[in-house]
Structures are given as C-alpha cells and as structure tokens.
Write a protein that binds this ligand. Structure first.
Ligand SMILES: Nc1nc2c(c(=O)[nH]1)N[C@H]1C(S)=C(S)[C@@H](COP(=O)(O)OP(=O)(O)OC[C@H]3O[C@@H](n4cnc5c(N)ncnc54)[C@H](O)[C@@H]3O)O[C@H]1N2
Ligand code: MOO
Length: 420
C-alpha cells in the first residue's frame, strides 16, 4: 500500500482535535498565545490632540514671518503637563507652555519646540524664532487608530508588540484559547536519563526535552515527561495513565517495525483509532496519529532528527488547531547548493540555511540523517524535495519553508480550513 502523502496525513491528523473554549488570561500570561476573537479599538490613539514636543502651543498664523532676527512675541497664559488639562483656551496673542504628551489647548493649532523659542526672564512672554504650519508637532486624535476600527483578527499571535497595543487600549486581560495539555513519553531500553553515568553503547535520553520544548514553542502546556521500557505491559500502563490527563500524548521511539517497537501495537490493543499510520516523509516515515478516548496520540520515531520533522509537520499543526489557528509558513524558492539523490515517492524535508548572492537565494543543505541532532540548530527552514523526483542537481530550484514569522488564521471548531 502506498504511504500517505504528507499533505493528506496532515489533514487527517487535524481531525484528532477541535479548538478548545476561550479563556481570559492576563496580558503577560498571554504572550505567545492566540486571540480567540477579533479585537476592535475601544479608544482612539492618541485619545486627544497632544504635543509631540516640549515647547509652546500657539496659533500657527501668528508665527508667520518669525525668525531669529525678528522673533514673534506671545503672552504665556498657561502651562500644561502630560496627564493634565489646559485651564483655558488660547486667545490671539497668547501661547501655552506644553510638554510632550500634554493636551493641546483649544484655540492652538501648532507647537513650537522649545529649542526654537525663548521665554522672557519673568516668564510672562515667549519669543518664537520660527514660522510653523498648522498641525506642527501635534499628534492628532486617532491619527494612529480610530475607535471602532479592527485592531486584530482572531488567530493573531500575541507578540510583545500586540500585547503593548492591547495595554494601550486599557485592557488587562485578553481572550485566548486554552493551551493544550501535553504529555511526552519516551520509550527505549537503551536510554539513560541525563545526569546519570552512561556507557558508550547507551544513549542519553534527549527526546523528552526536545519534544517538550517544541511543544511549548507551539503553545502547549507540557504537564508530564515520562519514560517507559520497551515492554508491552509497561507501555500500556504508561499510556493508560497519561492519556486521560492530557489533550495530546506524544510518544517517541518504538514506532517502527523492530521486535521491540511496541507502541502502535499497544495503542491498537487499547482500542485507539489510527488517523495516520506512516507517511511518505523522510525523515519521520513511521509517524502515526491516533485518537485514544478524547486524547490525540502522536507516535514519533525515536531518532531525534526524525522526531523533530514528524513533530513539526503533524504534532505542531494539531497543537495550533487546539488553540484555534491554522499556521502558514512563508516559502522562498532557492537554488540547491549541492546535488542530492533521494528515494522517489517520499517528500524529503532537509534543514537548510539560506544564503543570498547575485543570483538570489541559495539553500545550503545540512547533512541529513534521521539520527542526527545538530542539523536543526540555527536552520532557516526546511528545503522541500518533493516526492515525484529522485535526482536533484546543484542549482535546481526548490522551495524552502521558513521557520521565522509564520502567519496564523482562526479556524472554527468544526472545520479544518480558515474561517470565512
Ligand atoms: N527494517 C526497518 N527498519 C527501520 C525502518 C523500516 O521501515 N524498516 N524504519 C526506520 C526509520 S524510518 C526510523 S525513523 C527508525 C525509527 O524507529 P523507532 O521509532 O522504532 O525508533 P527506535 O528504534 O526506538 O530508536 C531509533 C534511534 O533513536 C534513538 N532514540 C530513541 N529514543 C530516543 C530518545 N528519547 N532520546 C535519544 N535518542 C533516542 C535510539 O537510541 C535509536 O538509535 O527506524 C528505522 N528502522
Ligand atoms: O525516515 Mo526515518 O524517519 O528517519 O529514517
């Protein structure tokens, strides 16, 4: 039977979860989460006409002709600080001392910064040295945002900048979808817990940290990091114990066809329903996604490189869907830095660095090995070698899916696609 294509597998995997209910969380705790609903401006920014400079609020027409040799002299009738209100409106021949952020008194229509003016010794008058047009150094009400306009759409990721905007609207909390609860279960008799001594044929267990960190990057609340021996009974007990406590259980290792690869068998015996079982993907081919009770189970291969790819391509979209979003990564076309032969029928995802020269982008491929663990460090994205082709020459154009700055759209509870 031909293996499922990556695209089909991802669609099938997404069936395993629906977006959760929204919850209200404080702004700082919302960092990295996704908006559950559209946010409109409740307040214009700025909220009132205010001064962009420390200086003097004036009537622009009265500054006409002013220069260093022939200053215009106005009477100082008020001082307005940021956060205070003017005590009176400006009449002809008058100026108000204003500081940055201070509301502009009615009657004034321009600000002259203090470097272009000088107050008389008694402070009762000010001499203006420049001519300014109406609106000079005034930040107008709503010039950045008008109350009522759409600020952010549901699905927007809450970055530092977005959080700052929400606070500027007077918000203390924001509605996001709750983080998926995740457990990671590493299997393998050869694995030694970091911190313990290990002989050379033994392997330090590194997938728990790797997968937990990747899950957190996708917004997950990682609750359990567990290990189980390559033993059907032990695996069964671990899965039965962990699954009901989380939304997503991710296992690593024991996913292939070896004598001790029990994970899929145990899940089947427990009555799990497989949505994906093996994908035409390298690395990561043995990956599976199943539904066990209300829990989505993602079975990752043990090889760290394969586990990373399979997690990224199937588990990450699932974790994001739970948070109500569909992610799209930017793609660029780049020339291959070296020839590659691959197995036809499989999509290869190879971590690549992008370099730019006169001919455009060049994808410098990292050595590819499912068991290797350094290849993803500092990579710019996945070079995608599509299934239909086996031989690639140096200079062939391929697509590179970039890790940086993905975009997100909201998905409805019962659909895989973006909202209408
Ligand atoms: N005859 C076949 N053999 C294999 C096939 C196949 O189709 N036919 N598939 C290969 C592919 S593809 C992969 S990928 C691997 C993955 O198999 P498993 O998921 O069963 O992985 P393990 O055998 O348990 O481990 C593989 C490798 O990774 C190391 N490992 C495992 N867990 C961890 C961990 N938590 N931390 C660090 N390293 C880990 C483990 O020591 C092994 O070296 O199967 C191929 N075989
Ligand atoms: O395709 Mo396996 O997943 O890496 O070697």
């Amino acid at each position: 039977m031909p293996l499922t294509s990556l695209h089909t597998a991802r669609q099938a995997a997404l069936e395993a979860l629906s977006p959760t209910a929204a919850e209200s969380v404080s702004l700082l705790d919302a960092q990295g989460r996704f908006l559950a609903e559209d946010v409109r401006a409740v307040r214009s920014l700025p909220g009132c006409d205010n001064s962009a400079m420390d200086g003097w609020a004036v009537r622009a027409e009265e500054t006409r002709g002013a220069n260093r040799d022939r200053p215009v002299r106005l009477r100082v009738v008020d001082t307005v600080y940021a956060g205070a209100l003017p005590s009176r409106s400006l009449q002809p021949g008058e100026a108000a001392r204003v500081f940055t952020g201070a509301p502009i008194p009615s009657g004034a229509d321009a600000v002259i910064r203090q470097e272009a003016a000088r107050a008389t010794e008694d402070g009762r008058h000010v001499d203006l040295f420049i001519t300014v047009p109406p609106g000079n150094d005034i930040r107008r009400t709503g010039e950045e945002v008008l109350a009522g306009t759409l600020l952010f759409s549901a699905g927007q990721r809450l970055s530092a900048s977005v959080l700052g905007v929400l606070a500027s609207q007077g918000e203390t909390h924001v509605r996001v979808r709750s983080a998926p609860r995740v457990a990671v279960l590493a299997t393998g008799d050869e694995l030694i817990r970091p911190g313990q001594p290990a002989l050379s044929h033994q392997v330090y267990e590194s997938n728990l940290i790797l997968i937990a960190a990747l899950a957190r990057e996708a917004g997950a609340d990682v609750r359990h990091l567990s290990r189980a021996r390559d033993d059907e009974q032990a695996l069964r007990e671990s899965i039965e114990h962990l699954a009901p406590q989380v939304d997503v259980l991710v296992t690593t290792g024991g996913a292939s066809v070896g004598d001790k690869d029990h994970v899929k068998r145990v899940l089947t015996r427990l009555g799990a329903r497989f949505l994906v079982d093996g994908v035409a993907l390298k690395p990561g081919k043995p990956v599976a996604v199943a539904k066990f009770g209300n829990t989505a189970v993602v079975v990752l291969p043990g090889n760290p490189g394969a586990a990373s790819v399979a997690f990224d391509q199937l588990a990450r979209p699932l974790l994001l869907k739970h948070q109500g979003v569909l992610e799209t990564r930017r793609r660029v076309r780049a020339r291959l830095s070296e020839p590659r032969h691959k197995q036809a029928g499989l999509t290869y995802l190879i971590t690549a660095l992008l370099e730019y020269d006169d001919m455009g982008a060049r994808a410098v491929l990292r050595p590819q090995g499912a068991g290797q663990i350094l290849q993803n460090v500092q990579a710019d994205g996945w070079a995608i070698l599509p299934p239909g082709q086996a031989d690639f020459a140096q200079g062939d154009l391929v697509e590179v899916e970039l890790f940086d700055r993905p975009s997100h759209v909201a998905v409805d509870a019962n659909s895989e696609g973006p909202r209408a």
